[in-house]
Design a protein around this ligand. Structure first.
Ligand SMILES: [Mn+2]
Length: 231
């Protein structure tokens, strides 16, 4: 699987709907299978994998009435040689830690972010808005899906790090804090530390985080994926 790179997926089943756990499991299974089974380039394969996952969840819910309304956020990254690809839907997030900065690479598909985009709400007020958890798009909610992908891959630099997380983490821990923790620990320890921080702050939501650290030679396709789901 080396030639297709390292794939990391965060899928946060939707709270308040039955089947959130089922939807997120289906998403990760289908995306992994379709991505590694495809022969086209990484960005296209990842998008196709998301669309297939959407169809699987949608069809499952249609045939199983009690599961109707199931869905999941999904953010996936592929690190392949010196490039990274992303596909994203919902309000899980991906961040890039580069040199001493952290950049949010995904934009939430949420009602409040839509209001921010339209100039109806200040970005800082969005964090405390009562509707901040209302998602506008997710896998499995509709027959068709519009997945956000990048038109071009991101060129990696030595020591780049990627943090993927659910809203349970990014609501409780600031991006500055994420950066500091990710820089001070190896990926597994950093994930544990971030989950502990969010728990201590009383986060009632599931907290899921994964970190990929690119090794110093980006040409060597080295990455260390770690996912630490908390359930
Ligand atoms: Mn959540």
């Amino acid at each position: 699987m080396r030639t297709k790179g390292v794939l990391m997926i965060i899928a946060d089943g939707m709270g308040g709907h039955p089947g959130g756990g089922k939807a997120s499991r289906l998403a990760t299974e289908v995306i992994e299978r379709v991505y590694y089974g495809a022969c086209s380039n990484s960005g296209k394969s990842l998008k196709k994998a998301f669309e297939r996952a959407n169809a699987s969840i949608w069809n499952f819910a249609r045939k199983n009435t009690p599961w109707r309304g199931m869905g999941t956020t999904c953010t996936a990254a592929v690190v392949n040689d010196s490039r990274a690809f992303v596909a994203h839907i919902g309000d899980s997030r991906m961040y890039l830690v580069r040199e001493d900065e952290i950049y949010q690479l995904t934009e939430d598909h949420s009602t409040v972010m839509d209001m921010v985009r339209k100039g109806m709400l200040d970005k800082n007020d969005a964090k405390n808005h009562t509707d901040r958890n209302v998602i506008q798009a997710a896998l499995g909610m509709n027959r068709s899906v519009s997945v956000t992908t990048w038109p071009h891959p991101l060129q990696l630099k030595p020591d780049d790090g990627f943090i993927l997380c659910s809203d349970g983490l990014h609501e409780a821990v600031s991006c500055e804090e994420m950066k500091n923790v990710a820089q001070c620990h190896d990926p597994a320890a950093a994930c544990q530390e971030l989950i502990e921080m969010a728990k201590q702050r009383g986060g009632p939501d599931n907290i899921t985080v994964g970190i990929i650290n690119v090794r110093t030679d980006p040409g060597g396709s080295g990455a260390s994926p770690v996912a630490e789901p908390n359930s």
